[in-house]
Design a binder for this molecule. Structure first.
Ligand code: GUN
Length: 287
């Protein structure tokens, strides 16, 4: 079984992006700017955001994190987004999810200028993605597509099962796989007989968030396993796939940690730099 090392690939991509930015800095006249808004004190969010901050600095992006109190009002959060929309030094705005439950997530995401929406969560961007004319795709699914391509894993004609139907991962993942001509099934918590469905899958992307949920004996020999789950068990991080025994059935799998997570961050850098390139009128976009 090949271990799909997202950490190594992400470092490589981030280094290439840093060079890409460096070479265009004088033409652009200013560095790329990314602002990350975090409301409340979700521990997992804090960890992700610190990684995003470090990665941004290394890629030559001017990063800013606004740590906001859990009790922030909807209007105050919207006002901060409006200010960033108007700030010419900012190319990317990311509101870390989940938001405290008192806040209206849809209204917040709708307030972000679609031109600065580096998550691709604004309805005009997610709608465009589903019509195959998207400008930006959500970071986790796009990072997974890059990881598959880097390992020459062909999805055309394959049966891909995406387990999970969130706006962040499952739905855009299904669309990106469809654009590469996979036959896609979206499974979720109400799916009856998931083991039977998975037995015909050539590629499984799991974004369920339950440690060791997907059993190797459910899977088809040769399957490629992409694990988006990040679950803490006894202080360790584990994915959604039961790792033990997986090597006997899968041809390739992403580890947790060190698989999908780092690719998400590298893709956020990519999306921010692509947005900067557009805003500064550069004549190309990073690959
Ligand atoms: N929470 C978990 N993943 C993500 C992501 O990709 N973007 C944002 N904004 N929040 C998240």
């Amino acid at each position: 079984m090949d271990i799909l090392d997202g950490k190594a690939l992400a470092l490589e991509r981030r280094a290439a992006l840093a060079v890409w930015v460096q070479e265009r800095l004088s033409v652009a006249g200013r560095p790329p700017g990314l602002s990350v808004l975090v409301a409340g004190d979700d521990a997992a969010s804090a960890t992700y955001v610190r990684s995003k901050e470090r990665a941004a600095a290394k890629a030559g992006i001017q990063g800013e994190v606004q740590n906001l109190p859990a009790g922030i009002s909807q209007n105050e959060l919207l006002a901060r987004i409006h200010a960033l929309n108007a700030d010419e030094a900012i190319d990317g705005i990311l509101v870390q999810l989940p938001l405290p439950k008192e806040l209206d997530e849809n209204e917040v995401l709708d307030a972000i200028d679609p031109e600065k929406d580096v998550d691709g969560f604004h309805p005009s961007n997610s709608g465009a993605l589903w019509q195959q004319r998207g400008r930006v795709a959500p970071c986790t699914p796009l990072g997974i597509m890059h990881l598959l391509a880097a390992h020459n894993i062909e999805v055309c004609g394959k049966h891909a099962v995406v387990v999970g139907r969130s706006n962040i991962v499952g739905r855009p993942m299904a669309e990106l796989l469809l654009q590469k001509n996979a036959t896609v099934t979206i499974a979720h918590s109400r799916t009856t007989d998931l083991p039977n469905l998975l037995s015909s899958a050539d590629l499984v992307v799991s974004a369920v968030g339950r440690a060791g949920f997907i059993q190797p004996e459910w899977l088809k020999p040769g399957v490629v396993c992409i694990d988006v789950g990040i679950n803490r068990v006894d202080g360790r991080l584990v994915g959604d796939f039961q790792w033990q025994g997986l090597e006997n059935v899968a041809s390739a799998a992403t580890p947790v940690p060190g698989g999908v997570g780092p690719m998400t961050i590298a893709t956020l850098m990519h999306n921010t730099i692509a947005s900067w390139a557009r805003h500064c009128g550069l004549d190309s976009s990073p690959t």
